[in-house]
Design a protein around this ligand. Structure first.
Ligand SMILES: CC(C)(COP(=O)(O)OP(=O)(O)OC[C@H]1O[C@@H](n2cnc3c(N)ncnc32)[C@H](O)[C@@H]1OP(=O)(O)O)[C@@H](O)C(=O)NCCC(=O)NCCS
Length: 174
């Protein structure tokens, strides 16, 4: 059964494998950590940074909570939650970031991550989340609409990974 758990050292090697799969497949819709940076000390080296993110101590950024998705000991994917509607959230990354390792696509994990992730968002006190998705990301558009996303608009957007692109913005009421 899929579970969303807080980041922990036990799954750091699984996280590296997941990042490597996304890198090897040139996935641009979600930007994971560079797998080459993930060594034995990576978790302890980055912990204070992620702690600061959760506390909203990174200037100009929404508080951000990072969960890992695991199933029976196997690292499957991740879920990120941003609880404030900052400019970056509204016009690029949205309230939610999620991805599944490529070797596990098409098995229902992405949908389950969103289902559990929306419950977490509610626990964090949110009443709605903004789901942003590249207009060409048909799989994630499908997942978003299946989970109740209501299209607000489509805007022109830019980031380094995706370049200039059309960005769909959906609200999901919790
Ligand atoms: C988006 C992503 C998380 C989906 O994960 P997943 O585990 O494959 O998702 P699921 O198996 O739960 O669901 C995929 C759905 O897309 C559907 N689908 C598959 N290919 C499709 C296509 N070409 N067009 C439309 N729908 C498609 C499947 O039928 C399934 O829907 P269903 O359950 O109603 O039948 C995964 O593709 C991923 O990690 N992509 C890269 C990162 C990313 O895009 N993140 C989201 C950024 S907004």
């Amino acid at each position: 059964m899929l579970q969303l758990i807080k980041r922990c050292p036990e799954y750091a090697s699984g996280y590296k494998e997941y990042c490597q799969e996304l890198y090897d497949n040139n996935v641009v819709y979600f930007r994971p950590s560079n797998p080459d940076m993930i060594d034995e000390e990576w978790f302890s080296r980055t912990k204070s940074w992620y702690d600061k993110k959760e506390k909203g101590l990174i200037k100009g950024q929404s508080p951000s909570f990072h969960y890992w998705a695991v199933d029976d000991g196997r690292f499957i994917g991740e879920f990120q939650l941003r609880t404030e509607f900052t400019e970056n959230v509204m016009f690029d990354i949205g309230s939610i970031g999620y991805a599944v390792r490529v070797s596990e696509w098409g098995k229902g994990y992405g949908t389950e991550i969103i289902r559990q992730g929306l419950k977490l968002a509610k626990k964090h006190g949110m009443e709605k989340v903004l789901f942003t998705v590249n207009d060409e990301n048909t799989i994630s558009i499908h997942v978003c609409e299946k989970m109740g996303g209501k299209l607000m608009d489509t805007i022109e957007a830019f980031n380094d990974a995706e370049g200039h692109h059309l960005l769909r913005r959906y609200w999901i009421t919790l």
